[in-house]
Design a protein around this ligand. Sequence first.
Ligand code: DGJ
Length: 544
Amino acid sequence: MNGLGRMMLGMAAALWVMPGASFGADADIPHIVENHGRHALVVDGAPFLILGAQVNNSSAWPAALPRVWPAMEALGVNTVEIPVGWEQIEPEEGRFDFTIVDTLLEQARARNLRLVLLWFATWKNTNPQYAPRWVKLDNRRFPRMVRPDGTLHYALSPFGAETLKADSKAFAALMRHLREVDPQNTVIMMQVQNEAGSYGLARDHSRAAEAAFAAPVPEALRRRMNKPAGNWATLFGRDADLYFHAWHVARYIDAVAAAGKAQKALPMYANAALPGDPFTWQDAKSYASGGPANTVIDVYKAAAPHLDLVAPDIYNPAHKAYTGFLAAYDRPDNALFVPETGHAREYARFFFEAVGRGAIGWAPFGVDYTRYLPVFPATPKLEGQPIVPFAANNALFRPIGRLWAKLALGGQTWGAAEPEDPAEGHRRVLRLGRHTATVSFGSSDFGDGAPKGNAYPSGGVAIARLAPDEYLVTGYFARVEFGLADAGAANLILDRVEEGTYDAQGNWQFARVWNGDQVDWGLNFTGAPQMLRVKLATYPTKQE
Ligand code: DGJ
């Protein structure tokens, strides 16, 4: 073996071991690990990529499940996100019924699927509709938020001490049940509440809330945000109501998560209904004030140490906004996870951008056959081939999910999705350290004319470094051309481009070599599921 080969093998071995990342620390229970600001969800002792889907809100009932599983199978997911409503498990106070949880576990296991359970309780899209009747009809014991004029708002108040007690008790009971009946961790993660906060009112104005609003801002938040002592209005100005509400909602969710973790310490997260875009200031009344929106991630980090992460529900298909939201949640102190995204076909491409950033998972919403929403399954035709783009993504990634998650933890992955706005252009350049990858969308088959974009924004590419000069490259409807970051240093050539796939044991299965037209105009990905291993080499620019 030559020196380069040995070096590549050495690098591959280093990536597999990943010094500093202790996958095995608590191999029995799923957990999040961090490595130099990158993350992985560890399941069964090794990094795991959630290829997910979220079912419709009313699908977690035995009568609906027969219309859930076939859709999951068609999509080829490995994880299903599915609600457990407080009203389902505690219809009368103190009487718990976990039949639905047991049904979900049994039916998921029979299909070799993992679950993320969504705790719909005090807040579901901010409102208490999933709280049991004995909660949502008792406004004295479980108070709603109050408007400045004294009228009642629909959302439950984060200052409701009894509400917090009751919600925590029910969630703890659910987690205790999982501890007892799910030693194999079919459930790998818990979502605590759903899109918490309130619409149309930035914060509670009840007596308790008003007193807290006049009080000094808690030190933990001041320290994180580098603020001197002061009250909410003086420290946060026009965002005072938003920050105040986020703090109290986050403290509430944290207490619920803590009660659950004391029973079974699965990873837990809270999801956010987002503002219209991540770039411009927006009045808190225009989105779910108090939830873990991109505007208040620091508040959640200070207030909710029992949450492993906060996560964006992304329903804006514009490339700029979507990637802006991904960037906002992809932080050294926050593992990126997209628990919900739109299921219209143009969302599918963002899978590549998310996993390229090292997301621990990604899931389109509302993709079962209960037919509440009419647009799934979509079979758009591209280049004459019908494709279900979400299923196509999973088909590519199912064999490499664990490998990918491990490489992402090591900071060795990149991704790009096609912009739809001509102003952004139809090319993206990924900087891979010594190399670059220019990804273009809508290029002609032969020739290097300017790319025009695909018929609709459908292109996506994911690249992982396997060794210093070797990459795993895959995607749809895109062209990839490698270059050197220091373009004048040498001439870059393709040493070998292998098409193949990985088997269930993680071994590369070689199929054929791409050469000639298949590489002369860049590496062209169509609607066919194709995976390449690309070895690069250089020769000098001048005669030696
Ligand atoms: C976001 C919520 O979190 C989901 O439960 C669902 O209501 C979707 N919106 C519908 O678009």
